[in-house]
Design a protein around this ligand. Sequence first.
Ligand SMILES: [Zn+2]
Length: 426
Amino acid sequence: MIGFVGGANNGGVRRAGAGRGLALLIGFNIRVSISCVILLAFLLNVSCATNKQTQLPAPPQLPAAQEAAGVVQEDYSVTLVAVGDNLIHIELINDAKTEADGVFDFDKYYTRVASLIKNADVAFINQETMIAGEGFGYSGYPLFNGPKGIGEAIVNLGFDVVNHASNHTMDKGEGAVFEVIDFWDVQKDVLVLGINRSPEERDDVGKNIIERNNIKIGFLAYTYGTNGIPLPKDKPFLVSLIDTDVMAGEIGALRPLCDFLVVSMHWGNEYEFTPSERQEELALFLAECGVDLVIGHHPHVLQPFRAIPREGSPPMVCFFSLGNFLSAQSEPPRLLGGMMRVTVRKGASPPYGVSVDEAELLPLVTHYEAGYRGFSVYLLSDYTEGLSERHLLRQRNKYSGLSYFHDLVKNIFPPAPASGFPSATR
Ligand SMILES: [Zn+2]
């Protein structure tokens, strides 16, 4: 069962298990929604030719001695967190400069959420902009490139999975993409998604698996495009683009190798709080292909998350957009992002089912002050009226105060109606 839980009230992060009433409510709505899924898939002519059912690898067996002694193995579980766009504008590069020439401190931006990332079993980030280093020139909008220190901060924070399939991946050409691949090649224990050195590397989806606590989690990532900058004609594999034929093949290849399949999607329309028709269509396609969890990003604002029913399997959970993790954007809605936190459970006894146990979104705020200085990411639950008063955008009278962010969360994630599907967190 899935518990959609709160996280933004005063007093910090709040988690609630799925109550009996809530579970029944979700069950009712899944039954209602299944017919819609089939109808929509037919109308939109999207379908996945791959296996629709979750195929699970053989589970490990308890040692015979333990089994004989009647030892009961508890279910396995892992916690996944994910954040959205790490969008490194030139103001963020400037504010990270230290007294040492050419040395940057990006770690300081994230210290207030670092423990949430470290404490997760698996942590994912969307690295929206290129980090190819000084040789490609530091720049912000519209063709971004930053220091490799951004990648080092990602490693220091303990992120396990980094997405590079974004509309900015080709901002500095193919040389910068290879520079970034080279950078990640020497980092230990980080899975990089969405950029590929060769067709063979792209086809080797089996490398995209992270195992924690006896649960194998597979990852794939796609972007809608690269801002009109074409991929090199001789290297169409370089950036993983949304193409349902290719995606069906890659999902079909990875699905049997893992217990739980996550797809990162760089999609949707910028600054829109609701998913586009194309996002909805692709979400149904992914659910039909056997994907378990979708991590969406690119709109730079939050969008809802939702459980999408699947025939014969637990629902797929789709976070349509996590908004910005960090940026120097200067419209108030773009200061509000979110951290996904999902608990995945795998049964220790037959039928060894794998499902999402809890899914929640923790709202985040990007803080910065006069002169675009003092950037820092806060949990909204930790963000105070005093801090809010010092925000550069508050001083420019672009929003009214702390309540602005709480109201925005309520608007994007309305409370669950008494007889409707609870797509919300608070
Ligand atoms: Zn983007």
